[in-house]
Design a protein around this ligand. Structure first.
Ligand SMILES: Nc1nc2c(c(=O)[nH]1)N[C@H]1C(S)=C(S)[C@@H](COP(=O)(O)OP(=O)(O)OC[C@H]3O[C@@H](n4cnc5c(=O)[nH]c(N)nc54)[C@H](O)[C@@H]3O)O[C@H]1N2
Ligand SMILES: Nc1nc2c(c(=O)[nH]1)N[C@H]1C(S)=C(S)[C@@H](COP(=O)(O)OP(=O)(O)OC[C@H]3O[C@@H](n4cnc5c(=O)[nH]c(N)nc54)[C@H](O)[C@@H]3O)O[C@H]1N2
Ligand SMILES: [Mo]
Length: 775
């Protein structure tokens, strides 16, 4: 049964602000999400999706990349997982009449919330150049239009193929195959905006850019340090692993710019004690750090470790590990011992006693896990910080031993898998050779464009065709207002998607919008029902298989779309790529993967037998380090303190509790005390007072970049919040207007979304229409 969408957009007029919460989850969370689920999709569909999510016979949860326990417990309840699935499985659909009723111009002032609320996309639609409306188009005509545009390009590099980590391994593999067989490495992905620094920091150190822990290591560690991450909102099931660590006797330290509730205390909804009792105290030490201070903190801890070793030689470092497996120790030690302590205190904003306390915990621990997410990666020194995290772990041999390791916690449910499948603007030589052997063509060797470079090339008019499999790049990109101006210059933009978003209404001259199945829906092709796979953050490949009846007969799968495109564009020029077999039976895609990507040998067989398996990880499995030197490598990093000019604040852009990236489920951010609003800027009370501003006052927020006019968001509400003094926080994606395009980590070109210099001034009150404006 299809339902009609609500038509009203939201404003912040009903905004309510209360004090931040002191714990996460508990009984409130299951109630909240189940009530929401039932309201939206009905009892039957809710039961069906809740029972099949992340189960051995079910589908992979699309919300985040957090892992399932190695030894499966009962269904792990996850509030935000359920919200994501309910959002996908909604019976609200966009009817064909919608497109005649809504011009693109009329949708420009709609919020992401409104766009998503219109329901599932059900038919392919096309907007011709010069038209202000999409209109239904047949799949054949849509694909012919795209194929003609690609064939008409002067160079394959005039096309860009973006993907978000929503798509699964099989379509990701075909996407990169298509792009390379077509002749370009222009394969930007959301990882460029997210965890790119993780690979850039980890690979030189240990040769692998992925987590070196198994799920069960959390139950075996002595110490876990959670850095720059808000697990209660973004990886709620990780709280179970942290609880396992605590129950196993481990200490936990949280390092964050904000006192996030979920780092402090957790009430596990799976357990009676969690539902009714006090729950588990998580952080034994909470370190509220200045933004960008983490590299200094890690180096300070390393210095304390090295000094303790000097005072009692042979008692602190893991000499056996360093001697046998590592290279570069002496140079690193000398550099760290020479650090200036004053610089550390200034950059971190911490007291020496806080640093000493953390250092002592690290010294006392025989098995330490360090986890991190965007508070670490979206910084100018992101890759360097991660390299220094690796240095610290190496000092005590915390790689490749039980209960220890580096655990970057990735975001999108299959962002790690997409990269494993080869979605990357760079093409490693070994993979190029494997593609050549399997498919008989020579892939391009030149690096392609990453996300920032692609948007810059679009601005410069160098990209004619922009194709996006999932995602919402104009909203997710830094300098989003400029991204919108840029994309309008493309001849054709093509979005393969499930629900309406900003990138569908801010388009190239012509635009195609192609609707696909969601993960919870059955995918039936010529050879019968198909399965797909995803890789979680600890390198486990999980099988996924939807059970729900598709909401429309006109939906196709991501794989189907790619195969149809492959046949049309490359059918004759690349005869050894058998798109038809790939389309009919996804086992044949996995067979090709098993022959071209190490670790996937006997892919289909293992999947059918075991349902999931863990990819090899040489440092984790055998302390083998596929680095240039063949050893784990200590590196000497440089530091750079952030210079915040007088009167300015350091802004981070982050997620509210009820959103998934650019998808907004509701206007609440429960743990931070925000109800019915998103246009808020969190500021320390002293900073408000210093500017003569009061809580709740309307403010304008300006961001500054040398040589460029100020960027501004007007009509935000000031919220007094226990940030570090001098800091501020706002919600992504709206605040992307303020992130300068040039503000990136030079090591990996990731926007510094957690590090934007702003000033706030009293604004116009009341805001016309209750919604702020960017100009
Ligand atoms: N429900 C839900 N789940 C999601 C997502 C979602 O939007 N909604 N998004 C998914 C994706 S793609 C990703 S990448 C992940 C993101 O997961 P997170 O990285 O948890 O996402 P953010 O909301 O950006 O939170 C960043 C955290 O870093 C802290 N922080 C900011 N600056 C600093 C700093 O300089 N130092 C330190 N130590 N901390 C800092 C912030 O206070 C905040 O707690 O979540 C994934 N899961
Ligand atoms: N300022 C600032 N900017 C940021 C961040 C930040 O913290 N601050 N975070 C960055 C991060 S970590 C990330 S990962 C990016 C996220 O950027 P993206 O990944 O580009 O954006 P999403 O909002 O996750 O994309 C969601 C869209 O994917 C489509 N979709 C969902 N499922 C499927 C599917 O199965 N198939 C297909 N074809 N489409 C599907 C839906 O239409 C939905 O609207 O944003 C980045 N931008
Ligand atoms: Mo992400």
């Amino acid at each position: 049964m299809h339902r009609k969408a609500r038509t009203e957009d939201f404003s912040d007029k009903d905004l309510e602000v209360s004090r931040p919460a002191k714990f996460a989850v508990g009984i409130e969370a299951p109630e909240k999400s189940l009530v929401a689920a039932l309201g939206n999709i009905g009892v039957e569909r809710t039961t069906e999706v809740s029972l099949t999510i992340n189960h051995k016979r079910g589908f992979d949860c699309p919300s985040c990349a957090w892992a399932n326990p190695d030894h499966s417990k009962a269904l792990e309840f996850c509030e935000n997982g359920i919200k994501n699935i309910v959002w996908d499985a909604t019976p609200v659909v966009i009817q064909d009449s919608f497109w005649a009723e809504h011009s693109l111009t009329s949708m420009l002032d709609k919020s992401e919330y409104w766009l998503g609320q219109q329901g599932r996309l059900t038919t392919p639609v096309y907007k011709a150049a010069g038209s202000d409306h999409y209109a239904p188009i047949s799949w054949d005509d849509a694909l012919d239009t795209l194929a003609d545009a690609l064939r008409g390009l002067d160079s394959p590099d005039e096309a860009v193929f973006y993907t978000s980590g929503r798509i699964m391994n099989e379509p990701a593999y075909l996407l990169q195959l298509f792009a390379r067989a077509f002749g370009t490495n222009n394969l930007p992905d959301c990882s460029n905006l997210c965890h790119e620094a993780t690979g850039a920091g980890m690979v030189p150190a240990i040769g692998v850019g992925k987590s070196s822990v198994h799920y069960d290591d959390f139950g075996m560690c002595d110490l876990v340090i959670v850095m720059g991450q808000n697990p209660g909102t973004n990886h709620p099931r990780m709280l179970n692993a942290l609880e396992d660590a605590k129950h196993g006797g481990a200490q936990m330290v949280a390092v964050n710019a904000l006192p996030e509730a979920s780092l402090l205390r957790y009430k596990n909804p799976q357990q009676i004690s969690g539902l009714l009792g006090e729950g588990t105290t998580l952080a034994d030490q909470f370190v509220q750090i200045r933004s960008g201070g983490d590299q200094f903190l890690i180096r300070a801890v390393a210095k304390a470790v090295l000094q303790a070793e000097a005072a009692a030689p042979g008692t602190v470092l893991d000499h056996d590990f360093i001697d046998r497996y590592c290279s570069g120790f002496e140079a690193y030690r000398d550099a760290i011992l020479a650090i200036d302590d004053r610089e550390i205190l200034q950059a971190t904003g911490l007291h020496q006693s806080q640093i000493d306390e953390l250092a002592q915990r690290y010294i006392d621990s025989n098995a330490t896990i360090i986890t991190w997410a965007l508070g670490i990666t979206q910084q100018k020194q992101g890759a360097a910080t991660i390299a220094d995290i690796m240095n610290l772990l190496l000092l005590k041999g915390n790689i490749g031993k039980p209960g220890a390791g580096a655990s970057p916690v990735r975001g999108h449910s299959n962002v790690q898998g997409d990269r494993t499948m080869g979605v990357w603007d760079k093409l490693p030589a070994a993979f190029a050779a494997a593609l050549n052997k399997e498919f008989g063509f020579t892939p391009p060797t030149q690096n392609g464009l990453d996300s920032v470079a692609a948007m810059n090339a679009i601005d410069a008019g160098k990209v004619k065709v922009f194709v996006s499999f999932a995602g919402n790049l104009v909203a997710a990109m830094s300098d989003s207002a400029r991204a919108e101006d840029g994309i309008r210059q493309a001849d054709l933009t093509v979005q393969v998607a499930t629900k309406l978003n900003r990138s569908h209404v801010v388009t190239g001259k012509a635009s195609l919008l192609l609707p696909v199945l969601v993960r919870a829906e059955r995918d039936v092709q010529a050879d019968g029902p198909q399965i797909v796979t995803a890789e979680d953050t600890v390198c486990r490949i999980n099988m996924s298989h939807g059970e729900l009846r598709p909401i429309s007969d006109d939906l196709r799968s991501d794989v189907w779309v790619l195969c149809e495109l492959g046949k049309r564009v490359l059918g004759s020029s690349r005869p050894r790529i058998d798109w038809q077999s790939f389309q009919d039976n996804y086992d044949t895609i996995r067979d090709a993967i098993s022959r071209t990507i190490p670790g996937f040998e006997d892919f289909n067989e293992r999947l059918r037998k075991q349902k999931s398996f863990i990819l090899p990880h040489p440092p984790r499995d055998s302390r083998t380090f596929p680095t240039k030197s063949g050893k784990a490598q200590f590196t000497v990093q440089t530091t750079e303190a952030i210079d915040v000019p007088h009167g300015r604040l350091l802004l981070q852009t982050m997620r509210a509790h009820d959103q998934h990236n650019t998808t907004i489920y509701s206007l609440n951010d429960r743990y931070r005390g925000i109800k019915d609003g998103r246009f808020v800027v969190f500021v320390h009370p002293d900073d408000l007072a210093e500017r003569g501003l009061t809580e709740g006052q309307t403010v304008d927020v300006f961001s500054e970049w040398p040589g460029e006019p100020d960027r501004v968001l007007r009509g935000y509400r000031a919220v007094s919040y226990p940030t570090v003094p001098g800091h501020a926080a706002m919600y992504f994606p709206e605040a992307n207007v303020l992130v300068p395009r040039a503000a990136v980590d030079p090591a990996c070109n990731t926007p510094t979304s957690k590090q934007v210099i702003i000033r706030i001034e009293a604004g116009t009150d009341p805001v016309p229409g209750g919604r702020p404006v960017a100009h």
